[in-house]
Ligand binder design. Structure first.
Ligand SMILES: *[C@@H]1O[C@H](CO)[C@@H](O)[C@H](O)[C@H]1NC(C)=O
Length: 465
């Protein structure tokens, strides 16, 4: 170990030093002097080299930023194979983002100097070993993300230095549900630890494969090594909670997507081969990226639980259909990307709940300029705050390349009188068109509101047919 860590340090230092050559010096991320007084017991002598002389440790192009007075250090996807020393940063970080690197081991004292950390994101590394003292000193840490790593086991001891831990993500690790995992599993199952290790599942032994760590009976963990045991008998009991739930067929968002908690809760579900919107997108997620999947059809209540959603990216899905109630409830949505799909029109009512939408991307769809597209244009007229792009007719040939607004405009110009006069007739012959909440509401308001309060153009649009 000692040899390894010395080697790792040396290579890190080498990397750091060589990056000085290639970067402009004094980029502001270097050692801001002796802010952290390095204590004598600096673990394993890390920094032994770094503190002396004028040498500055230049971070591997990580970025430091401050948001709502919290200092973030973002070292995601920087090819790191160890934790950058804390003194690299100009301020003590509260959030350390190390996702998508190549870290394999978290050694004792790995986070020395990071005592103010509140969140630590280590997802999507190759961590297979967490030494018992790895998180030593992280007294303020509330969030620890270890999902998508190579952990087979983790000692409960490793969590003891974390008195404030509230969120612990462990899923998509090949958990080895045998004796050594006993203490961790018992910890996860303490009722007050309800955000610990959800969705994490055993990958070995075979008889427990697929079981959630939260649900495995800890008594069974040590059994396999007991040659007199009857694993078949255990298996019977164990399969009980595995009974497929009614929603089993739907992919689960937490396991199919990558979740990032800071600075805003974001789910990256891009390029996951999804054929439908995954279930269980947590309520507090703010950004969801579902682009580059194969979601052909948005169904009612697909986003039922996601009340906080601000941006939703559904681009590049070959989507053909959006059911009326599929976007209902997205009252706070600001940005919706429907570009690069196979939409011909958007059904009446689909957009009605999007009160705060300000950006709508529609490009790359084969919009058909016939009557069914009118709703889209009316809705946009009623919501002038919405910036939209890409609303171009692809067919019929006479309108190809025109904007849909131009088409609707020319449609109205052709013989607006006739169309408006025929309204009474239309009312009766086309109930689908007129018996809509918007129309009913329009008429109600027309009756109730004094005329000077009415927006003159507001309902005129509905008379076109
Ligand atoms: C949605 O995803 C696509 C493809 O990944 C990307 O090009 C686009 O910018 C995203 N849209 C928004 C609004 O972020």
């Amino acid at each position: 170990m000692r040899v390894n860590s010395g080697f790792a340090l040396a290579s890190l230092l080498f990397l750091l030093l060589s990056s000085i050559e290639t970067k402009k010096p004094g980029k502001g991320r270097g050692l801001r002097g002796a802010r952290h007084k390095l204590t004598r017991d600096r673990i394993r002598g890390a920094g032994r080299h770094s503190r002396s002389g004028p040498t500055r440790l230049v971070s591997p192009a990580c970025s430091e930023s401050t948001e709502s007075r919290d200092v973030f250090v973002d070292c995601q996807e920087r090819h790191l194979n160890s934790i950058p020393p804390s003194q690299t940063w100009s301020k003590e970080p509260k959030h350390l983002l190390l996702a998508r690197n190549r870290i394999k081991v978290l050694q004792d004292g790995a986070f020395f100097g990071y005592e103010r950390l509140i969140s630590l994101d280590l997802q999507q590394n190759q961590i297979s070993l967490v030494e018992e003292g790895a998180f030593h000193g992280l007294k303020e840490l509330t969030t620890l993300l270890l999902q998508h790593n190579h952990l087979g086991t983790l000692s409960e001891e490793a969590l003891i230095p974390l008195p404030n831990l509230r969120y612990l993500r462990l899923y998509d690790n090949p958990w080895n549900c045998l004796c050594p995992l006993d203490s961790l599993i018992r910890t996860l199952q303490v009722p007050s630890n309800r955000n610990f290790g959800n969705h994490a599942r055993c990958s070995v032994p075979i008889r427990l494969k697929g079981m959630k760590l939260k649900q495995v009976d800890p008594e069974l963990l040590c059994k396999e090594s007991d040659p007199t045991g009857h694993p078949e008998g255990d298996l019977r009991d164990m399969t009980e909670p595995l009974r497929p739930s009614p929603f089993r067929s739907k992919p689960d968002a937490t396991t199919s997507c990558h979740t990032y908690l800071f600075p805003k809760i974001r789910m990256d579900c891009s390029k996951r081969g999804l054929t439908e919107v995954p279930a269980g997108i947590p309520e507090d997620v703010v950004h969801v990226d579902l682009s580059h999947n194969s979601i052909h059809h948005l169904k009612a209540r697909d986003f039922q639980s996601t009340r906080s959603l601000r941006t939703l990216n559904l681009s590049n899905n070959n989507m053909e259909r959006i059911d009326t109630a599929s976007l209902s409830g997205l009252l706070h949505l600001r940005e919706l990307d429907l570009s690069e799909n196979s939409l011909h029109f958007v059904q009446y009512g689909v957009l009605e709940d999007l009160y705060f939408l300000s950006k709508l991307r529609l490009g790359g769809n084969p919009w058909v300029c016939d009557y069914s597209i009118h709703y889209m244009v009316y809705w946009l007229r009623l919501h002038p705050g919405v910036k939209h792009s890409g609303l171009l007719c692809r067919s019929p040939p006479e309108y190809t390349g025109e904007t849909v607004e131009e088409y609707v405009h020319s449609y109205n110009r052709e013989c607006p009188k006739d169309r408006q006069n025929s309204r009474t007739h239309q009312d009766q012959t086309d109930p689908e068109l007129w018996n809509t909440p918007m129309e009913v509401q329009g008429e109600l308001e027309e009756e109730l509101e004094p005329s000077h309060l009415r927006l003159p153009q507001k309902y005129q649009i509905i008379r076109l047919s």
